[in-house]
Ligand binder design. Structure first.
Ligand code: HEC
Ligand code: HEC
Ligand code: HEC
Ligand code: HEC
Ligand code: HEC
Length: 172
């Protein structure tokens, strides 16, 4: 083998190794546990305060993204303390400083996949529970996806409901 060929083989090998490691990294990341900056409590807001999912996740019925609420939404009730928890004190402080709380997303699809909440929640009438589990019973933020998002899960439901499973239905 001449030098030229050998170097191509070598760099090809390196490329493979790099893409293999990148894939591994992405996979590890998606299993990593995420700790949110404040111990938000879904149970209290849904069951005791009586808020609905749509009061905070404003886009969920008519947009692509459900959205995570901004501090403006919290500020309507948290200018002063309602209870005594440390977590609420952090929210009251963020409200008074007009700081956004740096929530991290747990449910995130890769850029090559298209998903719309409106289509599923409004047109498809699928409840949040099917894809996110019983969020209303959570006393602290989920640390990872309760119901993992996988292509297999999307396709299984589409099959059951006779929705297209052509690659271009979901991949852009
Ligand atoms: C008072 C506002 C509020 C209400 C009401 C609310 N949420 Fe949330 N939700 C949040 C906040 C803040 C976060 C980010 C912190 C966390 O994960 O707990 C969040 C996070 C989530 C997430 C995780 C998103 C991600 O990718 O990290 C899901 C799923 C979710 N909410 C679903 C629901 C459902 C279902 C309901 C109704 C049963 C609901 N929420 C009601 C404020 C709210
Ligand atoms: C058919 C499955 C499905 C249903 C039903 C569903 N979601 Fe989601 N949700 C997803 C997927 C998939 C993502 C990730 C989307 C992305 O990355 O583009 C997501 C992301 C989210 C997020 C993260 C923030 C964002 O803007 O994407 C929140 C919050 C959320 N969903 C709340 C809800 C609530 C509340 C309901 C019910 C009213 C609901 N979802 C119903 C599948 C679903
Ligand atoms: C409609 C009013 C209302 C809105 C909007 C609201 N909250 Fe609350 N929240 C309350 C009340 C009332 C309590 C006190 C409940 C108790 O102590 O029994 C509370 C309690 C809390 C607590 C303490 C929970 C615990 O376990 O003791 C946190 C943290 C919190 N809220 C965060 C938020 C955040 C973040 C937002 C914005 C995304 C928000 N809240 C929006 C009414 C609201
Ligand atoms: C529990 C069932 C269910 C799950 C899970 C589900 N879907 Fe769907 N999906 C539906 C239904 C029902 C429709 C048709 C909604 C309507 O009536 O417009 C749909 C429609 C769609 C459409 C529009 C199809 C078209 O022909 O225009 C896309 C894109 C889509 N889904 C992507 C996804 C992706 C990506 C996932 C996984 C992250 C997913 N879906 C998970 C039930 C599901
Ligand atoms: C109903 C929606 C849907 C359809 C239809 C679909 N996919 Fe996917 N696909 C997804 C979602 C969601 C992901 C990201 C989550 C995952 O990797 O499981 C994904 C991920 C992928 C990936 C990346 C996998 C990885 O390991 O990173 C490839 C490659 C792929 N799809 C190919 C295809 C091909 C080829 C088809 C057609 C035969 C197809 N998909 C049809 C939803 C879909």
């Amino acid at each position: 083998m001449n030098k030229m060929k050998l170097s191509i083989v070598r760099s090809g090998g390196r490329l493979l190794l790099v893409s293999f490691l990148t894939t591994l990294l992405i996979r590890c990341n998606s299993n990593e546990e995420i700790v949110q900056p404040i111990e938000y409590n879904h149970y209290v807001h849904f069951n005791d305060v009586g808020l609905d999912c749509t009061d905070c996740h404003l886009g969920v019925e008519d947009k692509i993204n459900a959205t995570i609420p901004t501090i403006e939404i919290c500020s309507s009730c948290h200018e002063d303390m309602n209870g005594e928890s440390e977590a609420e004190a952090q929210v009251v402080e963020a409200v008074s400083n007009e700081d956004e709380i740096p929530w991290q997303r747990i449910y995130v699809l890769p850029d090559h996949v298209f998903f719309s909440h409106r289509r599923h929640v409004k047109s498809g009438k699928i409840s949040c529970k099917v894809c996110h589990g019983e969020v209303e019973n959570l006393h602290s933020p989920p640390r990872k996806q309760i119901v993992p998002i996988t292509m297999g899960r999307c396709m299984k439901c589409h099959d059951n409901k006779s929705i297209s499973n052509d690659c271009i239905t979901c991949h852009v």
